[in-house]
Design a protein around this ligand. Structure first.
Ligand SMILES: Cc1cc2nc3c(=O)[nH]c(=O)nc-3n(C[C@H](O)[C@H](O)[C@H](O)COP(=O)(O)O)c2cc1C
Length: 180
């Protein structure tokens, strides 16, 4: 079994675009799918970087990052934001995304994203050459259009899950299973 099969064993994984600002003030965004909510209460998110990537370096240096779960309406831009630019150059502009001002932190969110989770760097763990970046969610912004009767409407959002390589799933069907 190679890595491709391993990736497919637990799939789809949430595709989270993570935006940060460098300490010199330039913004950065990249998609991560070895990334997940780690804890329920308090809300804590974990992102795995396969090396000291700009996202990790910026979050470590500034203490801030924003997580925007990728949805179908900006799927192409979000996936393309993996483009590697020299540190200091913004992928936002390169892929046609717009920065939005965050409420509680300095790092920008994604204007095109229905949901932005503002996070404060809590810790990081180096594991076999990878880095698990752990952050506390300090503020969540949800666009009105993503809500139905005041609750997040997943069918409408079309959250994007990563399978592997160029394979993705779009979640726009919710199964309701009765629970005792
Ligand atoms: C859908 C998708 C998911 C990805 N998931 C990860 C991941 O979980 N960890 C990782 O290190 N790179 C992942 N990548 C690759 C990074 O996005 C890429 O290395 C990017 O250039 C990192 O940018 P940064 O240096 O600005 O953080 C993924 C790419 C795509 C398209």
């Amino acid at each position: 079994m190679d890595n491709t099969d391993y990736y497919k064993t637990i799939a789809p994984r949430p595709t989270l675009c993570v935006s940060t600002t460098s300490k010199e003030g330039s913004s950065n965004i990249a998609p991560y799918s070895f990334a997940t909510p780690l804890m329920m209460d308090p809300p804590i998110i974990g992102i795995v970087a396969g090396g000291e990537k700009d996202t990790l370096l910026n979050a470590r240096e500034t203490g801030d990052f924003v997580v925007a779960p990728l949805t179908s309406d900006w799927i192409n831009e979000g996936v393309r934001s993996e483009v590697e630019l020299p540190r200091g150059e913004s992928e936002f502009e390169e892929v046609g995304l717009t920065e939005s001002e965050s409420q509680k932190i300095a790092a920008p969110g994604v204007k095109e994203a229905p949901i932005n989770l503002e996070c404060k760097y809590r810790d990081e763990f180096r594991i076999a050459g990878n880095f698990l970046l752990v952050g506390d969610v300090v503020h969540i912004t949800v666009k009105k259009g993503a809500l139905k009767k005041g609750r997040i409407n997943l069918e409408e959002l079309g959250t994007v899950g990563h399978v592997c390589g160029e394979e993705f799933c779009v979640a726009n069907e919710v199964a309701r299973i009765e629970r005792d």
